[in-house]
Design a protein around this ligand. Structure first.
Ligand code: G2I
Length: 683
């Protein structure tokens, strides 16, 4: 794409809007946000950098109650049976990934992490493997199985159970008999880990077992000796999975000791298959607390969602009952993760409830990394033209998660110019079927409106939609889910600030962005000519009084083009700036900077074509490379208020991309929306 074609867009119908000086009067919110903190297991675990996952059965994905809980509560998924050998290679060399792909693709589309379970296990092993009688054949078969399955999901699995349950129960502390042990000897485990490391160097490689939670047990000691030996000899192992299938009493009293002792060998520990007969809240809380107290205990997976989904259903061992209701153990777990269970009755809103909780636990949120890699979804959202909207592209998305839904606003481009659209959905798989509400039918009105940004002003209890109209404009709404609730546009400035007029050249004044700290609110904008501008007003004055406009960052025209995002990084003193650039290949990408304050100077983080924040060269496209542009979009935030807080890890970015072969009039390009999920997160 010739970047010059870009010039001249967004010029359509310049509105002569009057400046508005009236203060927005706080009104009672009809849809006051609930506290961000503590609402779900996954979100609460993420506050300490951990995941909270569940086993998932492909056969249950058609059950809406099941998927509703899955997507609301869990941010990691383990296929319960679908990645096992009998499922993936039922006959020699014939690999079948249908059910595993179903779970993996679904999880990935929702930003849920994936645990791989399991590559080498004596159980659920097809007969053709257990009947092998020759060591060389078995070694070849084992290595091929590991390599083929890991390759299939390369880069998408955070931790793999490379070897499962290889140790014997009882007092021996030795390996159990199996075809692997019998033909290949003790070395089969080491062999499996070495093969696994070459197949997917990014995945954490775990040894996983049950009855290794009690430090005094011979089996625990046997596994401990193996891990110590592997670490001493440089055999690649990164984690120990403790399955934690407990009886009614829950974990042994020395469970935390076991976790710490493994961790002290230099491996992560994970609770991988937690269930507890009769689900005593105390037993669950003790299990979770032990993990929270060990910095290298990086996540917890429960082995199923509802009691009726459990392999031990008669013991009611899980966190949700058959009807999908939260059991007392659920609240105990949420509390032990550091959260506050929801009160049974609705509570009145308070001013600060949009603010995410301070991080807690042993591993506070870390500063952002300086390199990024991402995996992209396919196209999730495409235009939905109707009788009066002949839309060519859907662009410039802004998104918040609120009340269990994603709320997306975007520009819609057509031959008659730009306006806005709103849609909401509960998970990304439903994004494509969500209804598009065209906002030109509301008080926002027709004419040039583009590049929206949405946030909730916690003190004013109002949602703000900021957008460009040739001036910097905004509308407010007490209820984000009501498209007809938006007020008519008002402007932040009486006219274009002088410093912009002096520097804009033949650029365009675009992409207004508001962010507040406790003292001030800032309004950023771009000029398609290498300048990022910043104005400010006192927090209590917002949305009025924006003044002191300065150049916050500058570079050559295409290196600092447009579409800036500025965020607070949760649990740190860092702010993150993203600006869209046009690369040497003519394609859009994002550069990033950080600063200790919103009015400070910006230090490059990942800001070059070779080390970009997000560019085609650091994004993989498991479902097909549908775009080479990673263009105007917005981060999935940790909250939804005016502080624009994002998580420090497991970042996700909703962006616009398009078919690389498309060309022609810039306003008619076929932009679509997709979701990036960070794949190099260390949490
Ligand atoms: O046994 C509990 C777990 C112990 N650790 C390893 C895990 O992989 C294991 O999970 C269970 C699954 O929860 C069960 O769902 O592994 C069992 C097999 O050992 C799974 O059961 C199997 C049944 O035995 C099969 O008959 C059935 O076809 O589930 C299959 C799929 O529903």
């Amino acid at each position: 794409m010739n970047p010059l074609k870009r010039l001249g867009r967004r010029r359509a119908s310049v509105l002569s809007l009057l400046a508005v000086g009236a203060l927005v009067t706080p009104v009672a919110a009809t849809a006051a946000p609930d506290a961000v903190r503590a609402s779900t297991l996954g979100a609460q675990a993420a506050q300490s950098g951990r995941y909270f996952g569940t086993a998932v059965a492909a056969g249950r994905l058609g059950d809406g109650t099941y998927t509703g809980i899955l997507d609301r509560e869990f941010n990691s998924v383990t296929p319960e049976n679908e990645m096992k050998w009998d499922a993936t290679e039922p006959s020699r060399g014939q690999f079948t990934f249908g059910a595993a792909d179903q779970i993996a693709n679904r999880a990935q589309a929702r930003g849920q992490r994936l645990r791989g379970h399991t590559l080498v296990w004596h159980s659920q092993l097809p007969g053709w493997v257990s009947s092998i009688r020759d060591a060389n054949t078995l070694r070849g078969v084992m290595n091929n199985h590991i390599t083929t399955v890991m390759n299939r999901y390369k880069g998408r699995i955070h931790s793999w159970d490379v070897v499962n349950e290889a140790f014997a129960d009882g007092g021996s502390g030795q390996h159990r008999p199996s075809v692997f042990q019998n033909l290949l000897g003790d070395g089969f485990i080491e062999q499996a880990f070495r093969t696994a490391r070459s197949a997917d160097p990014a995945a954490k490689l775990c040894y996983n077992d049950y009855n290794i939670e009690n430090w005094s047990d011979a089996k625990t000691q046997g596994v401990y000796r193996m891990v110590r030996d592997f670490k001493a000899r440089g055999v690649p192992i990164d984690c120990v999975g403790l399955q934690a299938h407990f009886g009614t009493g829950g974990p042994p009293s020395n469970f935390q000791t076991t976790l710490s002792n493994f961790a002290a060998l230099g491996v992560d520990v994970q609770i991988t298959e937690l269930d507890i007969a009769q689900a005593s809240p105390t037993a669950y809380a003790n299990t979770v607390r032990a993990c929270m107290n060990v910095a290298r205990c990086t996540g917890i997976t429960v082995w199923g969602i509802r009691d009726s989904d459990s392999w031990r259903a008669t013991e009611n061992p899980l966190l949700f009952d058959r009807g999908g209701n939260k059991k007392p153990a659920y609240n105990a777990v949420l509390t032990a993760l550091g959260g506050t269970p929801a009160a049974p009755a609705a509570r009145p809103p308070t001013a600060n409830r949009g603010t995410p909780a301070a991080p807690r636990g042993a591993t506070d949120a870390a500063a952002l990394p300086s390199r990024y890699s991402w995996s992209s979804s396919g196209t999730l959202i495409a235009p939905k033209p109707d009788a009066t909207h002949n839309i060519a592209g859907i662009k410039d998305p802004t998104v918040v998660q609120y009340n269990g839904k994603y709320h997306v606003f975007a520009s819609v481009a057509s031959s008659s110019g730009y306006n806005l659209v709103y849609l909401n959905f509960t998970d990304w798989s439903q994004a494509g079927s969500a209804t598009h509400h065209y906002l030109d039918r509301t008080a926002i009105g027709s004419g040039y409106r583009a590049a929206p940004q949405v946030f909730y002003h916690a003190q004013q209890r109002l949602w703000y939609l900021v957008y460009q109209t040739s001036n910097a404009s905004f509308s407010t709404n007490p209820d984000i889910s009501n498209p007809n609730g938006w007020s008519a546009p008002r402007n932040f400035y009486a006219s274009m600030p002088d410093i912009i007029r002096q520097n804009i050249g033949n650029g365009h004044w675009v992409d207004m962005w508001v962010i507040c700290d406790s003292a001030n609110c800032y309004l950023f904008s771009s000029d398609d000519n290498g300048h990022l501008y910043r104005s400010q007003t006192a927090a209590g004055q917002f949305p009025n009084g924006f003044t002191n406009t300065v150049i916050a960052a500058q570079d050559s025209k295409y290196a600092l083009f447009e579409a800036s995002n500025v965020y607070k990084v949760h649990g740190t003193n860092q702010y993150l700036l993203l600006v869209e650039a046009i690369g040497s290949d003519g394609r859009r990408y994002f550069r990033s900077w950080t600063s200790g304050s919103l009015a400070g100077s910006w230090t490059p983080l990942a800001a070059s074509e070779s080390n970009p924040f997000a560019r085609a060269n650091n994004v993989t496209f498991p479902s097909g490379a549908w775009t080479r542009d990673i263009s105007h979009g917005e981060m999935i935030r940790a909250g939804y208020d005016q502080t624009l807080t994002i998580p420090s890890c497991r970042l996700q970015y909703l962006y616009q991309g398009m078919n690389p072969n498309a060309g022609g009039d810039y306003n008619l390009l076929p932009w679509r929306l997709g979701l990036l999920t960070q794949t190099n997160s260390t949490c």
